[in-house]
Design a protein around this ligand. Structure first.
Ligand code: ADP
Length: 464
């Protein structure tokens, strides 16, 4: 059988550029697919972080990564916007990227069976294949899969920008691009792709509802039979406390003592009292409403008045920066707030904390809880989307469960889960068993990569 040929088009790929989980997925899923025999290549914009290097590199064993160069568009401090908001030429930037991704395939003579697109930044690829490239024999057999990593970020632009995409105005229509008078790239991606997937089975169901559909639930319903939910995995060689060079001491499930060294080092680093027995909570997150910071805000004062320590690492909305700074000032003794993006500190938090807060309002998949499991750090999580599919409530009587969970998006329910976690933490043997259990969970890409191969194959077998 011929090898499946996949072009993986993404606006962010770790380790080259990362602002969120999309980059983790784009940097690790292709490697898992290659291991299963897929001929896969990756294409991403040539951002400032790679601007001085060549237009091509490799990851995994031999996966070509094509960087699309454009000095004006991509050599900037951030990927999508700065403190003043989204870059005003994002439609120019990403329509250019989508065109170039297709042109690059032709120049490299790589005829993909499937172009696997991710989020609004690549949504124009399926559109272009069905319009500008419709009669191009090079792509005659190419199909598309569009993966939604977060439905809330849709790529909305003013109607007046429509000509920038080089498409016929007839497509500015409610059945294609139009969304309440604006251009909506996510919508077009959903309409034009051969299949759509999202990053957990639960989120695939949730986005069909008004509560989580972000206004696109109607369009998604029309594509329901082509909509799949495949859980994200993590690269267990990257996220591994036994080999992670960024943490203070390596450890593993068979030799957990190093975790306490990491706790002590993190306490010192963050200026908190060195205390092995105090429950140490962490957060590493974009500071956005999605992450449940309002619910945390309702009870943060009560939470920090408990006998706990808390370290936060994150950047995002100004109001949350203000809230966290205020709390750090008020609860100096047990709180460390770090308002920045810092990959190394993130690892030290995963390794050094006992517990991790994820009170998300919604969570398409969430990678933090999966990373935490690897490091023996137990999540306190709201059961939404991927959190529902990966975290189960701790049950002391049966020695089961992997975290402390709550359903209603309410401060009091989060606080109750935190209190259950603290009381479980006090029983040392029980806690050790819980740590060992979560560290043994397997959320590697292996299973999910197989699901993607099945889906690619299914799309190809459908015919046109
Ligand atoms: P999302 O994609 O919604 O931001 P995920 O949980 O899927 O959330 O992925 C978040 C990824 O981004 C994780 O790898 C996490 O470590 C990383 N991350 C988020 N904020 C920061 C930060 N301030 N510093 C370092 N890493 C961060």
């Amino acid at each position: 059988m011929e090898r499946l040929k996949i072009l993986f088009a993404s606006s962010a790929v770790a380790p080259f550029a990362k602002t969120s989980g999309l980059a983790d997925v784009s940097g690790s899923l292709p490697i898992a697919l290659e291991e299963l025999g897929v001929d896969i290549r990756v294409v991403m914009p040539k951002y400032a972080s790679v601007a001085n290097g060549p237009d091509e590199t490799t990851i995994g064993k031999n996966i070509k990564v094509y960087f699309v160069p454009h000095e004006d568009y991509f050599v900037r401090k951030e990927l999508y916007g700065d403190k003043f908001g989204d870059y005003r030429d994002n439609l120019d930037r990403f329509s250019f990227f989508c065109r170039e991704a297709l042109e690059r395939c032709k120049r490299e003579n790589f005829r993909p069976d499937i172009i696997h697109c991710h989020d609004w930044q690549t949504a124009l690829i399926p559109v272009y294949l069905s319009t500008l490239y419709k009669y191009d024999p090079f792509f005659a057999k190419t199909k598309t899969l569009f993966t939604i990593h977060n439905l809330a970020y849709q790529g909305l632009f003013a109607k007046e920008e429509f000509p920038k995409m080089g498409l016929d105005w007839v497509l500015f229509h409610i059945n294609y691009f139009e969304f309440y008078g604006k251009i909506n790239l996510m919508k077009a991606g959903i309409v034009y792709s051969d299949a759509i997937s999202t990053v957990s089975p639960s989120y695939a169901k949730e986005i069909l509802t008004k509560e989580a559909g972000c206004g696109l639930e109607g369009v998604l319903k029309t594509r329901e039979k082509d909509l799949y939910g495949i859980l994200n995995g993590i690269d267990c060689t990257v996220w591994d406390p036994a080999t992670d060079k960024k943490i203070s001491k390596n450890y593993s499930v068979d030799d957990i003592a190093g975790k306490y060294v990491n706790k002590e080092c993190l306490q010192k680093e963050t200026g908190l009292a060195v205390d092995r027995d105090i429950p140490f909570f962490g957060i590493v997150s974009r500071l956005a409403e999605q992450k449940g910071l309002d619910v945390l805000g309702e009870i943060i004062d009560q939470f920090l008045s408990l006998k706990v320590q808390f370290v936060l690492l994150g950047t995002g909305e100004h109001k949350y920066h203000v809230l966290m700074q205020k709390m750090a000032k008020k609860h100096k003794k047990n709180t460390s707030v770090n308002l920045k993006f810092d990959a190394a500190l993130a690892d030290r938090i995963y390794a050094g904390c006992d517990l991790f807060l994820m009170p998300s309002k919604y969570e398409p998949c969430g990678l933090n809880q999966l990373i935490c499991f690897r490091y023996g750090t137990v999540p306190v999580a709201r059961l939404s989307g991927g959190l529902k599919d990966t975290v189960t409530e701790f049950d002391a009587a049966h020695d089961t469960g992997s975290g402390f969970t709550f359903q209603d998006h309410k401060g009091k329910d989060l606080l109750a889960a935190i209190k259950r976690a603290i009381s479980a933490y006090r029983d040392k043997p029980q806690w050790k068993a819980l740590m060992a259990r979560v560290m043994k969970l397997d959320f590697s890409w292996r299973n999910s990569a197989r699901d993607y191969i099945d889906l690619y194959t299914d799309i190809l077998n459908r015919g046109s």
